[in-house]
Design a protein around this ligand. Structure first.
Ligand SMILES: Cc1cc2nc3c(=O)[nH]c(=O)nc-3n(C[C@H](O)[C@H](O)[C@H](O)COP(=O)(O)O)c2cc1C
Length: 332
């Protein structure tokens, strides 16, 4: 086999990815209304593994009921979720890929019908490209502690379920993005104000997961920048990335920020967000994932060759037909 995309990548002593293709987290809406895995969920992930990717990420899974943003969203909030999560990890491993679980709290990016209790760092409406969100309530110290415990407990479940890594969702305007961004975090305590304070909750979550789920690798999906006026800048995120790596993160997954994951109007073509991973590639010692409209082998080879990314995430092109993607792009 020729091609940089077939080179394995060692993440830690216990974790090596077999190649440079990643299936990014994509909500499948296949959980039941309690957030539990169904047969459809298992079939969905078996199908995604047919892509030949070295890592398949399981969609954003809420860590607490207050963090749920969609009715059939997967949950990681309760021990009842364990059997289903274990079944997904087993299916992915049987298919020969590594398994990651993305953890999220929607914060203010949800609706009162589903989350019941919408909250955010400062009670500021989350700006979004595609909708007008409801006003969340501001969070107090008890809420902060609850989020921290919820993320750590969900990671412990992921470890028990047999996942190789967890990803904390800090992008696309969801809860942790709201803490990082100056647009939504205007607190004047130690969790708000300067960038270090706005990163504090995230860094405490990472540190807690490292201690309580030590066999898991930790990945963070962060914005390369908020891509919103007055939001997080590329320089801010370079600093946050360094703090994350110092705290124990071993892969940085670079996407978009507060407005959502859709292609920003100003970005065109294949790899429309790869400029963002490029800014962080080589900035720390850990690998970066790039994403955004990537279609196949030619682009992935070019991006690896030019060090725009270390791992390429391909979402919709794989979702369409994973086996076909493998035949066309991942076999020699
Ligand atoms: C149906 C669908 C669901 C998605 N759900 C998530 C999600 O759960 N978590 C996340 O971080 N991104 C999510 N995304 C964004 C993708 O992970 C990816 O960043 C985006 O689709 C761009 O990559 P692509 O152009 O290769 O599809 C979703 C995208 C799609 C199409």
């Amino acid at each position: 086999m020729n091609g940089l995309r077939f080179n394995p990548l060692q993440i830690s002593d216990g974790l090596t990815l077999e190649n440079r293709l990643v299936v990014p987290p994509m909500a499948s809406q296949t959980a039941d209304t309690l957030g539990l895995v169904t047969e459809k969920t298992l079939e969905h992930y078996s199908r995604l593994a047919e892509s030949g990717a070295g890592l398949v990420m399981v969609e954003y899974s809420f860590v607490a009921l207050s963090g749920r943003s969609e009715p059939n969203q997967l949950g990681a909030h309760h021990d009842d979720c364990l059997p289903g999560l274990s079944a997904i990890a087993t299916r992915l491993h049987q298919a020969g890929t590594k398994a990651g679980l993305q953890l999220t709290h929607c914060g203010g990016k949800g609706s009162y019908d589903i989350a019941i209790d919408l909250m955010g760092p400062s009670g500021i409406k989350v700006p979004a490209y595609d909708r007008d969100l409801e006003q969340p309530r501001p969070m107090d110290m008890q809420d902060i502690q609850y989020w921290k415990d919820s993320f750590i407990n969900a990671a412990i479940r992921a470890e028990k379920a047999g996942f190789d890594l967890v990803e904390i969702h800090c992008a696309h305007g969801y809860g942790i993005n709201q803490w990082l961004s100056p647009l939504t975090n205007q607190r004047d305590d130690e969790y708000g104000g300067c960038l270090k304070n706005r990163s504090r909750l995230l860094l405490e979550i990472v540190a807690g997961i490292s201690i309580h789920a030590p066999s898991l690798s930790i990945m963070t999906r962060i914005p390369g920048q908020d891509l919103y006026p007055e939001g997080l800048t590329q320089n801010d995120m370079k600093q946050v990335a360094q703090w994350l790596v110092d705290a124990g993160v071993s892969i940085l997954d670079i996407s978009s920020g507060i407005g959502g994951w859709n292609r920003p109007k100003s970005r065109r073509g294949e790899g429309y967000l790869v400029e963002e991973s490029k800014a962080l590639q080589g900035h720390t010692h850990v690998p970066v994932i790039g994403v955004g409209g990537i279609q196949g082998a030619d682009y992935i080879e070019q991006a690896l060759e030019n060090n725009w990314l270390d791992l390429a995430a391909v979402g919709r092109a794989i979702l369409q037909d994973p086996a076909q993607f493998k035949d066309t792009h991942m076999s020699s």
